[in-house]
Design a protein around this ligand. Structure first.
Ligand code: ATR
Length: 274
């Protein structure tokens, strides 16, 4: 019997994780089975206990269960504790170990796949929700010159920065408060594009050579990347690489081997274009 893994979410039918992990398993010659499991919105804990009883070794967790997974964990990694959310679970010896590989996935995509070092860079993070929270500590670990969090509600950005004050002094404000500043890396962690809304970003925030990174992805250019292009960002990247890299990091947590993501990412890209 191959070791059993799954991704839990609601909805989950369109998750790319089963295909990604099947490809990783083939690439690394690991004997495992990975499937998608739909959990009721109020039934995450029950779904996990059933999965563990059936022999489940580990799980990925997606919307809307990352905070449930955080609460369910009996032990947390430092990065999951910082993120306040869990996207990777490991079950062993009656323990539920909760980890979060989202931030590591983002940073690896930016630094390894896109070849953009964070060291000495001025970074603007757009958004102050769960997606933003999950990537702050890994971004700071890259040694940027500065990090500024801009959010529609500036008070939420301020509260978020306060949670990381022991790591670095993080600037915060509304989108308007970025006027007159420019950044080498601008990351969209808002969900604005889901509502078809564009962000009120001042002209001039994209420094020469700037990388604009959208944690979202979709068929064609995302609304944020279209806006960034129009405002002069030199390089554009969507979150498909982050998706592949957070999965590779979860695979590493479970199996102790890190799959190469290039071929998987190329397949995901081709699938989006089709
Ligand atoms: P997630 O887990 O995806 O981060 P979330 O915690 O609900 O979801 O956070 C959504 C983020 O997108 C927030 O930063 C939110 O801004 P507010 O804190 O001001 O609500 C941001 N967001 C959502 N819709 C937006 C819009 N139309 N314009 C600007 N920001 C938006």
């Amino acid at each position: 019997m191959p070791d059993l893994y799954a991704v839990f979410g609601n909805p989950i039918a369109h998750s790319k994780s089963p295909a990604i992990h099947a490809a990783f398993a083939a690439l690394t010659a690991q004997d495992l089975h990975y499937e998608a499991r739909l959990a009721p919105v109020d039934g995450f804990a029950t779904a996990i206990s059933e999965f563990v009883a059936a022999g489940g070794k580990g799980a990925n967790v997606t919307v809307p269960f990352k905070e449930d997974a955080f609460r369910l964990s009996t032990r947390l990694s430092e990065r999951a504790a910082r993120a306040g959310a869990v996207n990777t679970l490991q079950f062993a010896g009656g323990e539920i170990f909760g980890d979060n590989t989202d931030g590591a996935g983002l940073v690896r995509d930016i630094t390894h796949n896109l070849g953009c070092s964070l060291a000495g860079k001025h970074i603007l993070l757009l958004g102050a929700g769960g997606a933003a929270r999950g990537v702050i500590a890994p971004l700071l670990a890259g040694g940027p010159a500065s990090l500024f969090i801009a959010n529609r509600s500036a008070d939420k950005a301020l509260a978020l920065a306060a949670a990381f004050a022991d790591l670095a002094a993080v600037g915060t404000g509304s989108f308007g408060e970025t006027v007159g500043k420019s950044f080498d890396l601008v990351i969209n962690a808002t969900s604005a594009s889901l509502a078809g809304a564009s962000l009120p970003l001042p002209a001039g925030i994209f420094a020469p050579g700037c990388l604009a990174y959208d944690m979202m992805y979709g068929k064609g250019e995302t609304p944020f990347l279209a806006q960034a292009r129009a405002q002069g960002a030199a390089r554009l990247a969507d979150g498909l690489g982050m998706l592949a890299e957070q999965a590779a990091e979860a695979f590493f947590v479970w199996r102790g081997v890190r799959p190469e993501t290039a071929s998987v990412l190329a397949e995901l890209r081709a699938g989006l274009a089709a």
